[in-house]
Design a protein around this ligand. Structure first.
Ligand SMILES: C[S@@+](CC[C@H](N)C(=O)[O-])C[C@H]1O[C@@H](n2cnc3c(N)ncnc32)[C@H](O)[C@@H]1O
Length: 355
């Protein structure tokens, strides 16, 4: 009947006698009750909490701040994320190997908790640092990030990106992105300033081994004459473009040199990583001279055999916006590299020190 219906609706909506919203009553009547007793909400928070719309968060979670439902989604081995024309993309694109900040934020969310420290020893124009700042507003909470970069130009671009982005955010009424700690210098020196076990996540994108100089000279003419002699670089651009962009081309005499140098560096970086921490590394494979260079596998093995790190996963970052090519058509299959590998390491068992 009409009366009953009204009463029912009123009690459900916590209205007062005048039909207005009764906030006190709403608060009181919404308290969780078990066995006739109101549960202490602080106690409840200490155990498992229900986060509306996100699922159940398990207080024992040592890896991240994701709920069970989010965790399940985050175990997907393929992450599809394009290069959106956002976060001053044009400016950051001066760097041939820049990574989308939101992709970095996604990985930071999977492998760290709010308040954790994230280190990127090859920071470039700051994809990782911007991602850490995004976590404050679009993730589970802010992370502190430290970046090392030896090329001042990339650091200046990071600072300009942050400034322009914050101007745009301010104009929209959004809170600013936090400025992270970008340090200029060689990571081999700067890593000494990071105390042991101080970093929960090391997220980076390694500088690339390109062709050795002899091969490079030999190939230059061929590369100009036919795109078949070229290969995909870190972000699918060809390696020559990355060298022009100042990204480390020609620093190592051979692939073995590059692998040994990277393995040594990660061995030293590992000291900075906390016992439950992770080391996450972007690395694209390459195609050259009619064969596939499985750089991700080579790098994973080199790091595992030198540093106290164990490979836990190889995630695939798939960029659906990447252009396809027809370099080998119609004679030879040449893959269009629309993916990069994301190697996930954890500290080798027995190497974690209790803190
Ligand atoms: C692949 S890029 C990283 C790009 C970065 N993820 C971004 O979003 O801009 C690698 C960077 O490492 C830097 N680098 C190479 N060797 C270095 C070293 N020994 N110490 C510090 N930075 C280094 C290069 O200058 C380059 O900017």
């Amino acid at each position: 009947m009409a009366d009953d219906g009204d009463r029912h609706r009123q009690s459900r909506l916590f209205t007062d006698d005048d039909g207005g919203f009764d906030a006190d009553r709403a608060r009181e009547e919404s308290l969780p009750v078990e066995d006739g007793e109101v549960i202490d909400t602080d106690d409840l928070a200490d155990h498992q909490r229900y986060l509306e719309g996100r699922g159940i968060y398990d207080e024992r979670n040592r890896v991240n701040d994701l709920t069970g439902r989010e965790w399940k989604y985050a175990t997907k081995s393929v992450i599809a994320e394009g290069y959106p024309p956002a976060v001053q993309h044009d400016l950051r694109s001066d760097h041939g190997g820049q990574k989308p900040p939101r992709l970095c934020a996604e990985l930071i969310g999977r492998f760290s908790k709010a308040g954790d420290t994230v280190l990127d020893p090859f920071a470039g124009v700051g994809g990782t640092l911007l991602g850490a700042s995004f976590c404050e507003h679009e993730g589970t909470g802010r992370r502190e990030a430290i970046g090392f970069e030896r090329t001042e130009r990339w650091i200046e671009i990071y600072r300009t990106v942050l400034e322009r982005e914050n101007e745009a955010r301010g104009a929209r009424g959004d809170p600013p992105l936090a400025a992270q700690d970008m340090r200029h210098g060689d990571c081999a020196d700067l890593i000494d300033d990071v105390p042991d076990d101080d970093v929960e996540l090391l997220l980076t994108d390694v500088p690339y081994w390109h062709m050795d100089e002899l091969e490079q000279t030999r190939n230059e003419r061929r590369t100009r004459e036919s795109k078949l002699g070229s290969f995909d670089g870190p972000d699918g651009t060809d390696a020559a473009a990355d060298i022009e962009a100042g990204d480390d081309g020609g620093e190592w005499d051979s692939k073995d040199d590059w692998l040994a140098d990277m393995a040594d560096k990660f061995d030293r970086f590992a000291d900075a990583v906390a016992p439950d921490g992770h080391v996450v590394v972007f690395i694209g494979d390459m195609y050259r001279e009619q064969s596939y260079e499985f750089l991700s596998a080579d790098l994973a093995r080199a790091i595992e055999s030198t540093a106290p790190l164990t490979l836990a996963a190889n995630l695939i970052w798939y960029d659906p916006t990447k252009d396809l090519h027809v370099y080998g058509y119609p004679f030879s299959f040449v893959p269009s590299m629309v993916h990069q590998n994301v190697l996930v390491f954890r500290l080798e068992e027995g190497n974690e020190t209790d803190t």
